[in-house]
Design a protein around this ligand. Structure first.
Ligand code: F6R
Length: 249
């Protein structure tokens, strides 16, 4: 595991965008695993700007997303499908034929079978992750097993509260999601995690300090990945006693 500490969150996001851009330039048809939420928004802005300047070519790149709320159709204002269209895919010209994301309004079992067939045949080259305050990655909430393949989850109460900021009415936050399982995330050839903010400190401590992999903090699974880079800003990295086996840049 490698840790890259930037002066600010904005600088970290720019470095993550450069990291992704370099991978896309190296392999034009790579399968990029992406996340939603607030954290990657400036990364997507940098990628869209780089594409507009003609510096990054997404004409063959494929995207697969981690998760989607159960019950939301793809054009619902709060769906992650719509989030990806508005924050990146429309700007860089990636059509639905090169974009895979759970369909929140599809019959659940059929949808899980479709996604798992896709995952079995399409290994992810580079996966971008954010992390929940409780250490979730994707929507793999604490104290569940580390499952392989896509699965349906009940969101933790804290996650529902955290995500209420995106909804007009807190009551309308879905309570269930479909998420890529940790086994599938861990099979990505490379993983990048970007985190910022005081509320992510405990999760980053569990990941970066010495200590065991534990379902109580799902992000700790990344300790076992052979090609994983964590991007933090100085404010978040301070006070974390980074384990000696982690390379710090
Ligand atoms: C979303 C996802 C989640 C978020 C996490 C952090 O696709 O996978 O694990 O990365 O909830 O969200 P933000 O970035 O809004 O703090």
């Amino acid at each position: 595991m490698k840790l890259v500490i930037s002066k600010s969150y904005e600088e970290g996001a720019r470095r993550v965008a450069s990291h992704i851009a370099a991978a896309v330039q190296k392999r034009k048809d790579l399968l990029l695993g992406l996340a939603t939420g607030s954290t990657p928004v400036p990364v997507y802005r940098c990628l869209a700007e780089g594409n507009a300047r003609g510096e990054i070519d997404f004409s063959e790149a494929r995207v697969v997303n981690l998760d989607e709320y159960v019950g939301l159709a793809k054009d619902h204002p709060n769906s992650y499908h719509r989030f990806m269209r508005e924050n990146l895919l429309d700007a860089v010209g990636i059509p639905d034929s090169r974009f895979t994301i759970p369909r929140g309004d599809a019959p659940l079992e059929e949808e899980l079978a479709r996604l798992n067939a896709f995952a079995a045949q399409n290994p992810i080259d580079l996966q971008l992750l954010g992390v929940g305050a409780n250490g979730h990655i994707g929507f793999n909430e604490p104290d569940t097993i580390f499952p392989d393949g896509y699965h349906a989850v009940t969101l933790a109460q804290g996650t529902i509260q955290d995500n209420a900021r995106f909804f007009d009415n807190p009551e309308s936050v879905p309570t269930m999601a479909i998420t890529m399982g940790i086994g599938t995330i861990m099979r990505a050839g490379e993983i990048i995690l970007l985190a910022s903010g005081e509320n992510k400190r405990e999760a980053m401590r569990a990941l970066l300090e010495e200590g065991d992999v534990t379902p109580a903090v799902p992000v700790t699974a990344l300790k076992l990945h052979g090609n994983c880079t964590i991007y933090l800003d100085e404010a978040l990295a301070k006070d974390i006693a980074v384990a000696p086996y982690i390379t710090v840049e």
